[in-house]
Design a binder for this molecule. Structure first.
Ligand code: ZN
Length: 494
């Protein structure tokens, strides 16, 4: 007998302070496919959907239907009507079939108007139509999880790594539990401990000594000791202004609700006890530039977290670039990047070698500062900056930046792109002729994902905080749905 698996993917991390809403166009820039070909894109990559192909390779009695495959670079809330379209399409796709399992690759921080969770509303819709079908989900470590969601799904497994290099493994774990449930080998029981805690992600990496590394290690140890199917520690995403904001711990057990409840409580307490370690001193750009000298261990990367596209930054805040140009440093430097399709067009019309008067940054909003005005030379134009990721995160996946331009002012090269996409892969730099053999300073709009592929290149990576939609200092952000209690007690290092 052939078993039938329905597969759906919605990856969106909402920054509610972004000026770009999470519209269809934002998904089309990144991933917006439907059907078998859209699923095929993932085969052999390091994503959750790749795990479905791995699963099918082993379990020949299963077949999968791939429905909407959607992911966007982090940006604003998903508009109501667009979400309704995604939900209705999925419900129509699912209707009229006898599914043995439903697998959802979700982010967990896709917020809608009113601070609502789109994942929760999707799962509610699926559950009301298919109350008995085993339902498994995967989520990002930065999910903002509504406790109700954990009660509605049978299986949830989240990333254990940050930068996220275990998406495929997490997909495999979720599918394995789903299979065991379908076979009647396990009866999943689920618990969540939700903490009143908004955490910054700057010190949330699991690759080195740090609080998240320690809490996740403890969770993994306890899962093995107690025989839990999964324990995931979710750091949450602080820029999603939503009613389900905050860190949490989820536990999945086999037919043992008291164990799930007890472990969730226990690891939740461990995370709570480590909470102050997530906060660091975050200087502005100018202060870091002041410390540089010929003795600095170059090349150095200075990353502005507040406009990191991976956190919903729009690639448009001017603070870091203004400080870099004003410093007139004696070393070769690169600034990556500005998202400004119009400026790319101006550069293309002018042509290589031309000098143009550029207004850089501050094009989408003046909230984070006025544009930087400078006379720059057009030194490189790329018609379509597209490549397969060569770094460990999303390895193999195609990444698009659209037409791009490199503008030069003195010894600073400024890369301008047409798509707001993170600059965390070595291919991006190679395509723009930026070599860290001679470029001493990289100023980037980036945060943790950058480190997955780029850390080996740099002597040091320094995080800074400038005005922006993903500001480190939460008290600067105009929250409407996140209660002040979630961040009132934390020492923000200022
Ligand atoms: Zn994440």
């Amino acid at each position: 007998m052939t078993r039938k698996l329905a597969v759906f993917r919605l990856i969106h991390e909402t920054n509610s302070f972004s000026v770009d809403p999470g519209t269809r166009e934002r998904f089309q820039e990144c991933e917006w496919g439907h059907g078998p070909a859209a699923g095929e894109e993932h085969r052999g990559t390091e994503t959750e959907i790749a795990a479905v192909f791995d699963f099918l390779d082993v379990h020949k009695d299963w077949e999968a239907s791939f429905f909407r495959m959607a992911s966007a670079n982090p940006c604003g809330d998903i508009p109501e009507d667009f979400f309704a379209e995604i939900r209705d399409e999925l419900m129509a796709d699912l209707a009229g079939h006898a599914w043995d399992g439903i697998f959802l690759s979700l982010h967990g921080a896709a917020t809608m108007e009113g601070g609502r969770s789109s994942e929760l509303e999707l799962v509610r819709a699926i559950r009301s139509a298919f109350p008995e079908v085993p339902l498994a989900v995967t989520m990002d470590l930065h999910a903002n999880i509504a406790p109700e969601l954990i009660g509605l799904v049978d299986i949830s497994v989240g990333y254990k790594t940050h930068p996220h290099v275990d998406m495929r493994v997490v997909g495999a774990a979720s599918l394995r539990h789903l299979l065991a449930m379908v076979r009647g080998d396990i009866r999943p029981t689920h618990a969540i401990a939700k903490l009143p805690l908004l955490l910054p992600s700057v010190n949330m990496r699991t690759t080195e000594d740090g609080p998240m590394h320690d809490v996740v290690a403890q969770a993994q140890l306890r899962a093995v000791q107690e025989g839990a199917l999964d324990i995931t520690v979710y750091g949450g995403f602080p820029y999603g202004d939503c009613t389900m904001a905050g860190a949490c711990v989820t536990v999945l057990t086999d037919n043992d609700q008291p164990l799930a409840d007890r472990l969730a409580e226990e690891i939740g307490q461990v995370l709570w006890d480590h909470r102050r370690r997530f906060f660091l001193e975050m200087p502005p750009m100018a202060d870091v530039l002041d410390t540089l000298s010929d003795d600095t261990a170059f090349p150095i990367a200075i990353v502005d977290n507040a406009d990191n596209p991976g956190s919903g930054g729009g690639g448009d805040t001017p603070g870091q670039l203004r400080s870099l140009l004003a410093a007139e440093l004696p070393w070769k430097a690169a600034f990556c990047f500005l998202h400004d399709p119009q400026l790319v067009q101006i550069a293309r019309q002018a042509g290589i070698g031309a000098t143009i008067q550029a207004r850089m940054g501050g094009q989408k909003t003046l909230a984070y500062g006025a544009p930087v005005e400078a006379e720059v030379e057009v030194v490189k134009l790329i018609d379509d900056c597209t490549y397969n990721n060569s770094g460990p995160q999303n390895h193999g996946l195609v990444t698009h930046h659209g037409p791009t331009a490199v503008l030069r002012k003195g010894n600073v090269s400024v890369v301008v792109t047409s798509i707001c996409q993170g600059v965390s892969d070595p291919e991006f730099y190679a395509m723009h002729d930026i070599s860290f053999d001679d470029t001493r300073i990289l100023a980037a709009k980036a945060k943790n994902h950058f480190r997955a592929a780029m850390a080996p290149v740099f002597g040091r990576i320094v995080s800074i905080d400038e005005p922006g939609p993903a500001a480190y200092d939460f008290t600067r952000l105009p929250f409407r749905h996140v209660p002040r209690e979630l961040y009132k007690d934390v020492d923000i290092g200022r």
